[in-house]
Write a protein that binds this ligand. Sequence first.
Ligand SMILES: Nc1ncnc2c1ncn2[C@@H]1O[C@H](COP(=O)(O)OP(=O)(O)O)[C@@H](O)[C@H]1O
Ligand SMILES: [Mg+2]
Length: 327
Amino acid sequence: MALLSIKDISVTYHSGGRHVKALNGITLDVNEGESLGIVGESGSGKTTLIMAILRLLPKGTAEITGEAFLNGKELLSMKDGELSKIRWEEMALVFQKSMNALSPVHKIGAFMNDIYRNHKSEVSKNDGEKRIKELFELVNLSPSVYDLYPHELSGGMMQRVSIALSLMFNPKLLILDEATTALDVVTQTQILEEILSLEKKLGITRIMITHDISVVASTCKNVAVLYAGHLLEVGPTCEVLVNPIHSYTKGLINSFPVFDNDIHQPLQSIGGFLPDLSSPPPGCIFAPRCARACDICRQSKPEMKKYEQGHYAACHFAGGENNVQGS
Ligand SMILES: Nc1ncnc2c1ncn2[C@@H]1O[C@H](COP(=O)(O)OP(=O)(O)O)[C@@H](O)[C@H]1O
Ligand SMILES: [Mg+2]
């Protein structure tokens, strides 16, 4: 059974008289112990998907339909109390600006210790401190960080604190939303390596959300390609990146630099822009930017079809078996 099973999730934002269809029927499974990268350019709906299943979207403006099961428990219909427990103890989120969640006027250790003891009232302050320093060690932070204020940390240290915080209650599922995007390449690589070794040590399942396909290539077993709120391709990373089926996936791959002594390939950008999500085009959502698009692409929406084991794509062009992903 999948640890996380997302079934037909759609999200529409109603704001300022506009109705933005940010997600359209997303179906995805994440198996226990595996890692899933979710890639797509800015505005494709990556954060919306995660916020929808964590139930963190603004209630008044975001309309959500579909289901999401974590360990068999449906999240969208769950009572608030049960969900807030699950949010810390079963799945945890690290995002780009996670440190904003820390108090600027409290020392990091004291703040984390308060959170820890709020959840575990039987734990003493000393034992809380021990646990926090244990978490610091896991993410390669010095115990002296316990007595620092957030403004005293570098970007890399901040994200390590955020990861430590997310691991406080041993979650099974760790979700990182552009968590290393703002870091320099050296620090990003170090933190990614640490995350990989942590997840082996702790048996964590991970979802990695990023616009950077190279991060997915080096750290995720599976990848899902999201575009303008539509899932266009999903499968094992080695399969999808070597034999991409959808033109958008090919475009994403070609728009990232390859460092190789023999290859001096110019970068190829994907022409055009994301469609206006308040009036998306009929047919394939990528058709207006796709060099191969023909009449059928502009008229009817392609279904998800199966190509190889676990490799699915929604494109009229590439053959494939008529087999909707997840069915
Ligand atoms: N609170 C909101 N109200 C209205 N539209 C939103 C809101 N949040 C996000 N959107 C829109 O939803 C789409 C997807 O955004 P987002 O999930 O942030 O994408 P990504 O994380 O892939 O960059 C974008 O068009 C964005 O403008
Ligand atoms: Mg985002």
